[in-house]
Design a binder for this molecule. Structure first.
Ligand SMILES: Nc1ncnc2c1ncn2[C@@H]1O[C@H](COP(=O)(O)OP(=O)(O)OP(=O)(O)O)[C@@H](O)[C@H]1O
Ligand SMILES: [Mg+2]
Length: 380
């Protein structure tokens, strides 16, 4: 018997997938890759998957995972990963610690699952898959997470992508949502055709600002989604700066998502200062990376031909001064009709589909420059 695990009871499974063990967690049995010292012979490694190849998240794929991913699978089953909003201090190796500190700063609970070491699974979206497909030959490729195709797990489809936190030790992470609006024009049009007032959005609005709803909305105790989104964008820096901070997780385990009213440039400067703990080398690295992203966006054919809504820049750094910025989340990024292109830095007027992404990026760069100037005068 494998130390700590019981062998799979299915002879067919064992024959098909030697080198796999199973264990019981509560009522469920999980089949996981063996530890490195497992005496059971392993399956020969498969050829690497082709770009965007449609794959099945098979046990063979998982068998390639190293022993450390076993812990992520185990941990995920014991306690849903989305609850990991604080770092778990555990007597594990650095790799295992990295796995345990994975965090999602935005989005719906349950949209992500742990996968093989260094990768994650995001709930499938046709739109996002098409974007990843197009991006494989675009100037933006070096700035988006590696995409490894569509996989099936537990009867659901997922996009298999690189875990951007994998190369960091106790990372600090910030999600900045880009653009002057976070809803598509078509969402606005659809909502006007069939306005569906929602109580949950009313409650969310009142939570942030009890004076937000109109008298009619107060009496209905409901508001429509576009109304909520438009209102929300006037509360945050989305309207004023073309980006907003969604969430921050720091290496000490603190996690903040209460930036709904962070609106002025000065407020944002303060948040960035806290985020980097005054480390101007990190600011410098972030600025270099943002300027590379800016150049790539200006060259990108993909960017020209898409309305980029709800996409974020994910800032990550750690105590080794490793600092990176990545473009994530193409769930709402929509192709324009053939022949149409966007400027991304002119004001949005309904119908022109402009998203203000480049304008927001310019403001973000100026904001970080201000952080640098306030930190060590003239050092940036
Ligand atoms: N490739 C990745 N590597 C590491 N972390 C990631 C990656 N992709 C997403 N995340 C984490 O998950 C969070 C949510 O991701 P994403 O925005 O793609 O999801 P979503 O469900 O579309 O959310 P929303 O629509 O609310 O923005 C990010 O803020 C980030 O913390
Ligand atoms: Mg997002």
């Amino acid at each position: 018997m494998h130390p700590g695990y019981r062998r799979s009871p299915s002879p067919r499974r064992e024959a098909d997938h030697p080198g796999r063990c199973s264990r019981r967690t509560g009522m469920k049995r999980w089949t996981v890759p063996c530890a490195e010292n497992c005496p059971i012979p392993r399956s020969p490694p498969r050829a690497p998957l082709l770009w965007s190849q449609r794959t099945t998240y098979s046990v063979t794929t998982r068998a390639k995972a190293k022993a450390s991913s076993l812990w992520s699978i185990w941990w995920t089953q014991e306690k849903p990963w989305w609850k990991l909003k604080t770092i778990v201090h555990w007597p594990f190796s650095a790799t295992q610690r990295r796995k345990l500190s994975w965090v999602q700063l935005a989005g719906h609970k349950g949209n992500f699952k742990a996968a093989d070491e260094g990768t994650i699974l995001k709930k499938f979206s046709e739109n996002e898959m098409q974007c990843f497909d197009k991006l494989r030959e675009d100037a933006l490729l070096p700035f988006v997470p590696g995409y490894h195709g569509v996989v099936e797990k537990d009867g659901e489809s997922f996009l298999h992508m690189t875990d951007l936190l994998a190369n960091f030790d106790l990372p600090n992470v910030m999600d900045c949502k880009m653009g002057v609006r976070t809803y598509l024009e078509e969402e606005l049009v659809r909502a006007r055709e069939r306005p569906k007032p929602r109580e949950d959005l009313y409650k969310k609005m009142v939570e942030v600002d009890s004076g937000g709803p109109t008298p009619q909305e107060h009496s209905q105790r409901a508001i429509t989604k576009p109304r909520y989104m438009q209102w929300r964008e006037t509360m945050s820096s989305t309207n004023t700066l073309g980006f907003r901070i969604e969430g921050i997780k720091k290496h000490d385990g603190t996690c903040r998502t209460d930036f709904k009213k962070t609106r002025s440039k000065q407020d944002v400067v303060q948040v960035f200062k806290d985020f980097v703990d005054g480390n101007m080398n990190i600011i410098k690295s972030y600025l270099n990376r943002l300027s590379e992203i800016q150049q790539a966006l200006k060259m990108s054919e993909f960017f020209k031909r898409h309305e980029v809504i709800g996409s974020s820049l994910l800032f990550i750094h750690d105590h080794t001064n490793n600092a990176q910025v990545w473009i994530i989340d193409f769930g709402k990024t929509t192709a324009l009709p053939e022949g149409q292109t966007l400027h991304h830095d002119i004001p949005w007027q309904e119908g022109n589909r402009e998203d203000g992404y480049l304008w927001g990026l310019e403001n973000l760069i100026h904001t970080l420059e201000s952080v640098g100037n306030e930190g060590t005068e003239g050092d940036i």
